[in-house]
Design a protein. Structure first.
Length: 1237
């Protein structure tokens, strides 16, 4: 057998990749492509407006490959495409194909097979959408929705939960929390489908029904929202679910479309959303195989080919060529281990099954001093955990665990996940400056729109990195591009000139036409036009602000309307319509203002006022506009835009038939001038001013004693039916008491077993009974509960303490009884007891006995809530040995009880469930009037689902601010202007000590073991420097000073467009990095043991270094850098340290100090520290002064150009920002991001 011949090449220019593919496709017989969502359609991850801006300068890699492979098929070559596509589920991307040798085979990943099974169970035909299949299934079952619900549960929910348990990332989650969120989302999905089905899909306006307590569930859009934005980003390496989004959006006219899509969105925007990216039907490689001998992996290439020279990116494709058919079994995932016997390099292919262990092994090697990683996004929990686990590894050298990650700044869709990895796994601290406000919102309320600067000031942003001998030092940086403002202005002027010339050809003047044609044929003009259009696509956000503010105002007003409706449900009561003169009762009801309120009404109004006061930026109580002079209501003005009537005047608080004057504001109390007045504003003031909100044991004991007061035996015997009913209710409560006690005992036993097994201590702090009760009250009675529960139990404690101290004992008891009766009705509804019709003989005695039952029911509610909190605390135990206790005798029963009862209480003890029970007995509660608050337009469930979908999109995926590093600074008297924007990372590699690296795959959830992937391990051996040259050239290009980019040592500034578009990454460094310094400090020692020639060479090199200090221009430039540095950041000296390091790595001086050959154990850690300094410096260089411009914008001192970019001329000379050192800045992880990735 002849020896294998093998070649491996790096490709980072798309034209080179295209030329090689063309070359080998012409000679090929068999071509195989593995890809995602393959189509010749130009599907790009760009904002929609970008297509109109520069549609002629973009084309996709998909389109090129499709056309190339189709031509090959026409020429008789066999072409097989394995496509992991969304068309499998949407049937929206079909390709007409009449060529028998051109085959596109749609495939499914492991997780998406669940969707396959679901589709099959629906009986979906080839031309149907999933929504149509659902409708058809209902019709086949004679409109019985139960079979569809069973299908969803058995074919979607249960398989999803089972499959997730096998994933590594799932092990890092809390099983209880994950199950809870999936249960909740599927429950909502099923309920939405039920609602839509029940209506028969008739889009008709409906009268709002006068029903019970549906406020909480219908009002809420779920607490999963983490606030912000985008699936649409400029980077062509962006989140691929945008493709799924575009396809799924085509369901928009289907009956159940929004119910389905909202469930998907709810999962994605949850804080465990990243786990569901595993369901994407995609693979993590993009591979072309020709004749089983040639392999191209271009998963590290961007899918966009942009002809603009201003579009800078880091691409990497691997081209492997053999003289044997070594890739013949690629489809069967049978990779050969070492695929080359070349003594100068080691090459191994890894798939999903081997990559994780290979990485673990490589990272744990003691000689591994520095790992350099590049990736579009760093979203891999698995890799982050591998890095963290190195803490337990023993290294011979201290400070050996060093990790440099160069990545795109995360977008809103994945910033939350990146933040979790940074702070929770790596234990670094992200410091957000005061200039970045938390965008406070809840699921219902949004603040009033205000003009804002689309450019966020990150000048004081930084990441504090944990730095010690045992923990990994993980530094994250992101590359950016800087162009002089005058350069950008030149692009803009060229576009204007073209437009003027185009106008002139309208008169058919031959000279004008000739002039126009000559202009557009000039390559320089075309490049400038392409550059301008590309930059416009980057700065799209400034033009979106108006639309964003309009939408925000719409949702602000809807939130205000929700508050109004909720307050009206408290302050108004339904009455039958009665003829004014005839006294005849008509059908229907009217709503009139109440003049008597219960203590529960008052507490809920107080909570509403507290929410309004603390959520909105500005409020004014006792607001009386001229048009409200005769409204007879106290009002609140909100954000100077809207007013809300909160309480009618001349009303009373009724406590046990005792009427106390009631008012809202302190101003109104003064006007009334009565001795005893209950003032809601004073109640809230008292709550806010409480310093000690902890409930004492004595206070809790008194509360308990008020519920366990003895029953009087001297009561008059009631009618037999009354006695029967009371005994039935009493037995029901006793049964509940036994159940709660059993759960409590079993939970205590489990806690003991956990502590015996030395598992982490249970994070359970038993709450006082009154606090548990108040927590239930807030959660179940108040639709804005999420806003009040940011700090767990704190507000419940505050409210408990205020009620104990502020209310009279009579008022307290009346409040507790009202909650008790609600829970009692809930228990009655969920039981099988039958109540007899009664005639009460002694109303007073009956009321006493019923109040006692209400108190006992409330007590059991408190115990149930305590059990639920205890159970949640147990399930939050994060310890592997906890799983072993699942064999505990009582554990299975506890789990079943918890799901059946505790979960039931959490999800089903919604006051909506008692709407069918004796409305008149509960009429005083505010939820008695209106259920459908979100459905304010009186629309069908389908339209409500659609409206929720639009709101979810706005709250979570709308672009509000410019992305990180995207900014424009016009020239001022003090400094030259510039524009900046990201350089996009498309390639993925993990390298070690600059001698070996894994390329390919994706560092995201499921990327190391769950998704199909191809990783290529390449290592330099025998003195070769292919890996080293590539990596060192990348770092050198990122770091080199603008003035030294000529790579000769001469001072000559080269702009980014010219520098990065011509830089070669595959050759030896063009110059010794030490020669590209502005100051020389230490000569190389010349050992006596060296030969004469070696000594002379070192001497000559020392003389070159010494010459740097004799260059006055360099000395002046060094002083300029030094003088503009921020205090505490010596960035130019850090740059010098980096140049020393790169040269040492190039010379293989790895563990010693090059100048004197002494050990240097901190060499690699100090390199990362220097890079950290440079990253912080460049953040300040980019953003310094942004806040000043924003302040001046408030004073109207703004000059705004037609591109929507704000600028201001300073009247005084401002301190100049630091000079940029290269093009790496600290990775900006924006606030309020989602966890998709």
């Amino acid at each position: 057998m002849k020896n294998k011949e093998f070649a491996c090449h790096y490709i980072y220019h798309q034209n080179n990749l295209k030329n090689l593919i063309d070359k080998y496709c012409k000679q090929a017989k068999n071509i195989v492509l593995y890809c995602n969502n393959f189509s010749r359609k130009n599907i790009l991850n760009l904002a929609l407006t970008d297509y109109d801006i520069a549609k002629d300068c973009y084309c996709s890699l998909d389109k090129y490959l499709y056309d190339t492979l189709k031509i090959s098929a026409y020429k008789g070559k066999k072409v097989q495409i394995y496509d992991y596509s969304y068309e499998k589920f949407t049937d929206s991307n079909k390709l007409s194909n009449n060529l028998p040798n051109f085959t596109i085979t749609p495939l499914s990943c492991d997780m998406t097979s669940i969707l396959d099974d679901f589709v099959k169970a629906l009986g979906k035909s080839e031309n149907q959408t999933i929504s149509e299949a659902m409708t058809q299934k209902l019709e086949k079952e004679n409109k019985n929705i139960n079979s569809l619900i069973i299908c969803i549960n058995e074919k979607l929910k249960i398989p999803i939960l089972q499959k997730l348990k096998s994933f590594d990332e799932y092990q890092k989650l809390n099983e209880y929390k994950l199950n809870e969120q999936i249960e909740l989302v599927f429950n909502e999905l099923i309920q939405n489908i039920k609602d839509i089905h029940a209506e028969g899909y008739n889009l008709v306006y409906k009268k709002i029904i006068n029903a019970f307590l549906g406020i909480v569930n219908i009002f809420r859009l779920k607490s999963f929202l983490t606030k912000t934005q985008p699936l649409l980003v400029i980077s062509d390496s962006a989140f691929e679910l945008i493709k799924a989004y575009k396809e799924i959006s085509k369901w928009s006219e289907d009956k159940y479309s929004y119910a389905i899509y909202n469930a998907i969105v709810q999962l994605l925007i949850s804080d465990i959303g990243y786990i569901f990216t595993l369901f994407e039907n995609k693979i993590d490689h993009y591979t072309l195989i020709i004749d089983h001998k040639i392999l191209f992996d271009f998963s590290g290439f961007g899918t966009i080919r942009n002809q603009s020279l201003a579009y800078h990116k880091q691409d990497l494709a691997i081209y492997l060529q053999s003289n044997e058919e070594i890739f013949k079994d690629f489809h069967n995932k049978k990779f050969l281990k070492p695929i080359t016997q070349n003594p100068k390099e080691e090459l191994i292919l890894h798939n999903r099954y081997s990559i994780k262990e290979a990485l673990k092994k490589q990272m744990s090697l003691d000689q591994n001093r520095l790992s350099y990683i590049e990736s579009p996004y760093f979203n891999s929990i698995a890799l982050a955990q591998i890095i963290k686990d190195l803490k337990s590894e023993k290294n011979e050298s201290y400070y050996a665990k060093n990790f440099l990650i160069i990545t795109n700044a995360p977008q809103k869709f994945n910033a939350g996940l990146h933040q979790k990895l940074t702070e929770e796994i790596f234990e670094n601290t992200i410091i957000y400056p005061d200039t970045i406000e938390d965008e406070t919102q809840n699921d219902i309320l949004i603040k009033a729109p205000k003009d804002y600067d689309a450019m966020i000031d990150y000048s004081k942003y930084k990441i504090d990195i944990i730095d010690n001998e045992t923990d990994a030092f993980v530094l994250s940086l992101s590359p950016f591009i800087r162009l002089n403002y005058q350069t950008y202005q030149g692009f803009k002027d060229t576009v204007k000139e073209k437009e003027e010339l185009f106008k002139d050809i309208a008169d058919d003047n031959l000279e004008n036409i000739s002039q126009y044609m000559n202009f557009i044929k000039n390559p320089s003009n075309i490049n400038k036009i392409y550059n301008y259009h590309y930059l416009q696509s980057i700065f799209y956000q400034a033009n979106n602000k108006k639309t964003f503010l309009e939408k925000q105002k719409q949702y602000f007003q809807e939130g205000i309307e929700c508050i109004r409706t909720y307050i009206d449900s408290i302050t108004h009561i339904a009455q039958p319509k009665i003829g004014t003169y005839t006294g005849v009762v008509y059908k229907g009801e009217s709503f009139v203002k109440k003049n008597v309120f219960t203590i529960t009404d008052v507490i809920l109004l107080a909570l509403t006022y507290y929410t309004i006061k603390h959520f909105y930026s500005f409020i004014q109580t006792d607001f009386q506009a001229w048009w409200k002079l005769f409204s007879n209501c106290e009002s609140i003005q909100i954000e100077e835009e809207e007013s809300i009537d909160i309480l009618p005047t001349n009303v009373f608080l009724n406590i046990n038939e005792e009427k106390i004057p009631l008012c809202f504001s302190k101003q109104q109390k003064v006007k009334l001038a009565k001795n005893e007045i209950f003032c809601i504003e004073e109640f809230v003031d008292y709550l806010e001013q409480l310093k000690d909100h902890e409930i004492s044991d004595e206070e809790d004991r008194q509360f308990l004693s008020s519920l366990i007061e003895p029953q009087s035996e001297n009561h008059q015997t009631q009618d037999e039916a009354v006695e029967y009913n009371l005994k039935q209710i009493n037995a029901l409560i006793e049964k509940e008491k036994i159940s709660n006690k059993k759960i409590d005992n079993e939970l205590d036993e489990l806690i003991k077993d956990i502590e015996k097994n030395n598992i982490n201590k249970i994070p359970y702090n038993p709450q006082k009974t009154i606090v548990a009760m108040m927590d239930v009250f807030i959660d179940k009675f108040f639709p804005f509960a999420d806003f009040l529960r940011a700090d767990e139990f704190k507000f419940a404690k505050l409210l408990s303490k205020t009620i104990l101290n502020f209310l009279t004992l009579k008022a307290q008891k009346a409040f507790y009884e009202s909650i008790g009766i609600s829970y009692l009705l809930f228990l009655m509804m969920n039981s099988s007891i039958q109540m007899k019709k009664v005639k009460i003989q002694n109303q007073e005695q009956f009321n006493k006995r019923l109040k006692r039952l209400n108190k006992i029911a409330l007590l059991e509610l408190c115990y149930m809530q305590k059990n639920k909190n205890k159970y949640e605390a147990i399930m939050l135990v994060d310890d592997p040995s906890f799983k072993e206790l699942k064999n505990h005798n009582g554990f299975k029963d506890i789990t079943n009880i918890s799901k059946k009862q505790i979960f039931q209480y959490k999800f089903n003890f919604t006051l909506k469930n008692i709407r069918s029970i004796a409305k008149e007995s509960f009429i005083s509660l505010p939820q008695a009037v209106i259920t459908d608050l979100i459905n304010q337009l009186w629309i069908s469930a389908y339209e409500q689902s659609k409206k929720e979908h639009e709101r979810l999109q706005f709250l979570n995926f709308a672009h509000k601010y410019n992305p990180p590093y995207v900014l424009v600074k016009k020239p001022t008297n003090a400094q030259e202007g510039f524009i900046s924007y990201p350089m996009f990372i498309n390639n993925t590699f993990i390298s070690f000590n600059f001698t070996s690296m894994f390329t390919g795959g994706k560092l995201q959830t499921g990327g190391l073991g769950e998704k199909e992937a191809l990783f290529i391990y390449h290592k330099d051996v025998g003195g070769t420097k292919r890996v080293r040259n590539y990596l060192l050239n990348k770092l050198f290009a990122y770091l080199c000073l603008d003035e030294l980019r000529s790579k000769t040592g001469d001072l000559k500034t080269i702009e980014d467009i010219d520098f990065f578009n011509t830089y070669s990454y595959l050759h030896d460094l063009a110059i010794k990095p030490r020669l590209l310094k502005l100051k020389h400090e230490e000569d190389f020692l010349i050992p006596d043991c060296l030969s004469k020639t070696q000594k002379e060479n070192i001497q000559k090199y020392n003389q070159k270094l010494q010459a740097i200090n004799n260059d006055e221009a360099k000395r002046a430039l060094y002083d300029e850098y030094k003088n503009r540095e921020v205090k505490g950041l010596s960035a130019i000296d850090a740059y010098h340290q980096c140049m020393d390091y790169l040269e040492d790595m190039d010379n293989d001086v790895f563990n010693t100090k090059a100048t004197n050959n002494t050990p240097d154990p901190l060499k690699h850690r100090n390199f990362l520290r220097a890079l950290d300094t440079i990253g912080q410096n460049n953040i300040k260089a980019l953003y310094a002064g942004v806040a000043e411009n924003e302040e001046k914008s408030n004073d109207k001192n703004i000059e705004e150009d037609e591109d929507g970019v704000k600028n201001t001329e300073s009247k005084e000379e401002k301190e100049q920002p630091p000079k940029m050192i290269g093009r790496l800045a600290t990775t900006i992880i924006m606030k309020n991001g989602l966890c998709i990735g």
